[in-house]
Structure formats: structure tokens, C-alpha cells
Design a protein around this ligand. Sequence first.
Ligand code: ADP
Ligand code: MG
Length: 679
Amino acid sequence: MVRSIFTMLTLETPITAIPRYGKLFAKRLLKLKITTVRDLLLYFPFRYDDLSNVVPIAEAKVDAPVTIRGTITAIANRRSFRRRMFVTEALLRDESGTMRVVWFNQAFLTRVLMPHTEVWLSGKVVQDGYGLHLASPVYEKVSGEAGPGSAGEALHTGRIVPIYSVTPPITQKQLRVLMKLALPSTPLFTDDLPAVITKQHHLISLSRAIQMIHFPENSKALDRAIRRMAFAEFFRLHCHILSMRAAVLKEQAPAIRFFEKETKAFVQSLPFQLTQDQRKAAWEIIGDIQKTTPARRLLNGDVGSGKTVVAAIVALNIVLSGKRVLFMVPTAILAEQHAQTLATLFEGTGVTVALHTAAHKLLKKQLLIAPIIIGTHALLHTKNILQNTGLVIVDEQHRFGVAQRATLIQESSGLVPHLLTMTATPIPRTLAQTIFGDFDISFLRMMPKGRKHVITRLVPADKRQAAYEFIRKEIAQGRQVFVVCPLIDPSDTLGVRAATDVYEHLRKEIFSEYAVGILHGRVKADVREKTMRAFAENTINILVATSVVEVGIDIANATIMMIEGAERFGLAQLHQLRGRVGRGSDQAYCFLFTDTDGAMAGERLKAVVRLQDGFALAETDLQLRGPGEVFGVAQSGYIDFRFARWNDLALIKETREAAIRFCTTLGVVVTTPSVVQRA
Ligand code: ADP
Ligand code: MG
């Protein structure tokens, strides 16, 4: 009778319409941004407690977490004066025997779990002077809160229990009850996978997957559900990327002539010899831009592998062809530095480089004619900027998401520019093929000759002073220090070292004889620039910063990178930060300060100490970390997956193949780009 009401819930039905509980909880759920049945059903548990070990009392063993189904035969409160709390003691009986149950400071339980109540209790079996008892178990009445249809089925005990991220006043139990009531509506979701794919890959339906994710029948069903969701996430990404590839293939780009003589002269003018990889990459990209198909190429190389000069060689040919180059970087600081670097590289070639940032604005007219413009991603918002643009270069690519790539086509009238993107950190091959599935890829694996390893050390709390003394000696010899902190301001809860704190501490107490500067996202642009400049000119010895210095900044005299709260950074970020030092000829050091010693954090930090090769580190990261955290992938919310894990390489491969087959049957032209690798 009541059932019919539930089947009438649509996904758009407001929570308030859920019988009995909806009105009561709707307001509390607002905080979690849940207003409709759809929102509710898509609010997934962030973990599970496995309380599915249901045993008869006679078989409950000491120290084991168990769930027992039984009847309360007696229950009473007493005060424990010694421990200053209420103790509730009960007796639980099932067919096999009787066991004591003990709770602390939950006196209300005598009103909830009256004698004769049939309950599920989940907790740990503990031995005391009187024998065994069940300690502070989670309780659930056998035919209680979940309402109609759930008699005998436990929601909070005796099963794999979903744990949601909830904040008071809503409780886990309340959310579960409400979820259970909404669960019959899952068939209303339109399945997000084509039926043929579901069938071919033996996947369960979206509806069933959602049900199993909230209330898994068993761990196998849960695994299947999660895998199915992850499958869909990867599959859709692949399809999206393949369709972008197809869209690009339909467009026309300006064919750029290869200026062989000028290119050779330029390469010869460089103060160093190109590495084999650099030569090869430059050659590949020059091959791309001679075609009328818009190039989409990823230059995948480690910090310091010399991507900039490769980009410069390509840019030179574009400019000589009378086309323009937009060079986009993530921050204004980096734009300034790149402008400087490129201006130096192009000295004597007649190619000019223009800088366009919030602080250094080009005139509108200049913006539309300057042959090379360096700026931040804001450049793309300038009207008509792509006019006569032959090449867009995006440095530190992961901040330039899938969505932005499409704008290059949308914003171009007529010819679409070629696109060269460069990673900030190397991306493992399999992942690069996925995220940049619509790109051709060139790898820079070799480092330029003579590059020194940055000596990397973990510094636990008791070695901090010694590290300061070492640093002091280095500064005395004229070297400079970066200090990077995870946060700008002190945060009361986390105990994380904040830039402002560290700055004051170093300036006043540790290195009072030296000039200390600070740089973070809230420092005004002009002050920031001044500080940067002072650091570049060595009038500041120590620069405290948040990770704004993460990318690109090149200061040859800085030999020490000191990272506070190192465990709070991703491996990729740490590696990138480390790449900020060791640019000159002096030995460089990276000190990873850490206050916690979590095993996982330790494992990861040790990898940074051990591995200097970014590609190797990236592979390790892939094995050590979970979703969305992998090297070079999701550092800035690049792709937000709920279930898919970037280290599930087998699934990535399977879904990619499925997507290629599927898109081909739809008539989408899919030509898999080449992944060029050094032999
Ligand atoms: P990244 O790949 O991190 O962007 P850069 O392009 O900034 O690296 O290059 C790092 C440094 O190495 C720069 O100072 C650059 O001049 C230098 N460099 C680049 N290629 C070579 C090379 N083949 N030999 C020696 N030094 C090089
Ligand atoms: Mg770079």
C-alpha cells in the first residue's frame, strides 16, 4: 500500500515529498546540496564499514568485530563513579546463548532498546573479569527505522554499511534511512552506457550499480558496481576525446613552411647542443605544422628537459611564415620569465616577443598583430585573438583542460591554429594516451648534459635545526633558498605550516641576519613582481612562498628548496618544486620537512628522495596513489572522477578499446594518433 507512493517518486521529486522522513530531514540535507531524489541517490558513500560478519553468540570470538542478531532480555543504567560516566548494560540472547553488552554515556538506550526488542548489534567482543561482552556496539532494531519493505533487512548493521560524508545535525543513520526510501527510484536514471557496451563487457545497469553502491549485497557486488561506474567514466572520457579528435580532423589549419636555413642558424646560435630528444621532438612538430590538419601535439617531458627551446624553434618557423604565436602559461610571473627567456633566445633573429599580463597590458592593436605574445590563459578571452594565429603553445598543460581545447576551434573563424602543449611534469605513457588521446605525443626523456642531481633529503622534526645550519652556510656563500609552504594562513585545525607563520619565524628567529621575502597568491601583482625581481637580483636571500613558485621560475643562484609539510603535496608537485633549483652549476639540495610520519606519506616522500627521473617517479606515483591524484593528471581538478582510478591501467585500456570500436560504428572518424617514442 505504502509502496505505491515510493514508485511515484521521480528523480526530480523534492526530498520533502519523501514520506515520513523527507520533511524532517530536508533542511538538514540542504547543507549537502541535496534537494531532490536525484541529488540524494547520487550522494555516494565515501567508504564502507564491513559489519557483515554475522555470527551466533556462541561463536563470537574475543577481539573480533561481529554482528549479532538477538533479543534484548534485560537492560539497565548505572553510574560509574570511578570513571565518571553512565554505563548501560544489557543482556542479548539468541538461539545459541546470551552475551553481555556494554555502552558508555548512552543512557537513553534504556528507552530505545527495551527488553524483548529484536536487534542487530555490531561491535567488538571484549574479555573482562566477568567473561565476554560486546563493547559499545552500533545498534539497529530488526524491523525498525528503514520503514516499509525493510523488515528484517538491516541498514546499519549486519552488512556492508555505507558511510557517507555527513555533518551534524544529519546523521549517518538518518541519511541511510532516507536513501533506502529513495532507492526504488534508481530505474528512472537513464543509463549512461550504450546497451551494446553494457552487454559486451558484462556490466550491470546504472540503476543496479547505484543500488549496490549504497547498499551492497556483498563485497563482490560492490566491486562490480564500482567497476561499472568507473568503466562509464573512462568510456565517456575516451568518447569525448575521440570526438574532439574527429572534430579537429575536419578543420583546416594554415600550412607552415619549414625555414630550414633559418632554423639551422637558430639552433647553431644556441649556447648549447640540443639533445637527441629535443631534435627529434622539434622535427616532429615541424612535420605537423606543415600540414593543413591542425596539429595537436603534447610535448611530454620532465622539469628541465628543455621544452622551451623546442617550442622556440617551432615558433620561429611560424613567425617567418607570417603567422602569429600565442604562448600561454599559468601565471603572470611565469609569463614574464618566459618573455625574457624567449627574447634572449631570439636575439639577433629579428623576432620580437610581446608580453601581455594584467600588469603589462598590450594595446588592443598590438594584441592583434604582435608576432609572439606571451601571457596567461586569460589571453584566450581576448576577442579575435586567434586572428592570423598559426600556433598556440600551452605550457604546463594540465591546467588547460579538455574543455579549453575545444575553444580553439570555436573561437577561430576560418583557419584553426596548430596546438602544442607542454607538460609541467612527465605523464606516464598510458595516461598520456588517455587524457591526451586526441594528441600526438613527443617524449623528452633525456636531460641536457651536465645536469646535476638535486640532493634530496627527508628532514624529520629533530633534524630541523641541523638543516637550518646547513642552509645558513649555503647562504653565507651567496646561494639562495626557496621555502615552500602548503598554505598562506595558519589553519587552526590542521597544524599545517603556513607561509605567513614561517616567514615571520624565519625572518625574526632563524635567519634574522638575512633578507627574507614572501610571495603568495594574495600578494598584489606589483609587490609580487618587486619581490620576484629582488630575489632574481639576490637582494633577497630567502623566499618564502606557497606553491605559486611551483612552475617555471628559473633562478640559477637558488640552490636550496625547502618544503614545509611535504606530505601535503603530491609527488608531481614535489618533483616540480625540486626542479626549481639546480638550474645553475652549483650543487642543489631539496629538503622535505615533515611533521607526520604516516606510513603512506613516508613511502611517497621516500620515492621523491630516491628517484630523480620524473618518468620513473610518475610510474611510482601511479602505484602508490589513488584517484585523481596521479602525476600530472588531476593537480588542478583537471578531470574529476568519482569512481575511476587513474592507476587502473587495465580498465583504461579496456575502455579505450571499447570507445574506439563504439565511435567507429557511429561513423565518427577515429584515427588513433601516433605516440612517438624513443627507441
Ligand atoms: P622545461 O622542460 O622544464 O621547460 P626549460 O626549457 O626551462 O625546461 O630548460 C631548462 C634549462 O635548460 C634552461 O635554462 C635551458 O636554457 C637549458 N637547456 C635546454 N636545453 C638544453 C640543452 N640541450 N643543453 C643544455 N641546456 C639546455
Ligand atoms: Mg618549462
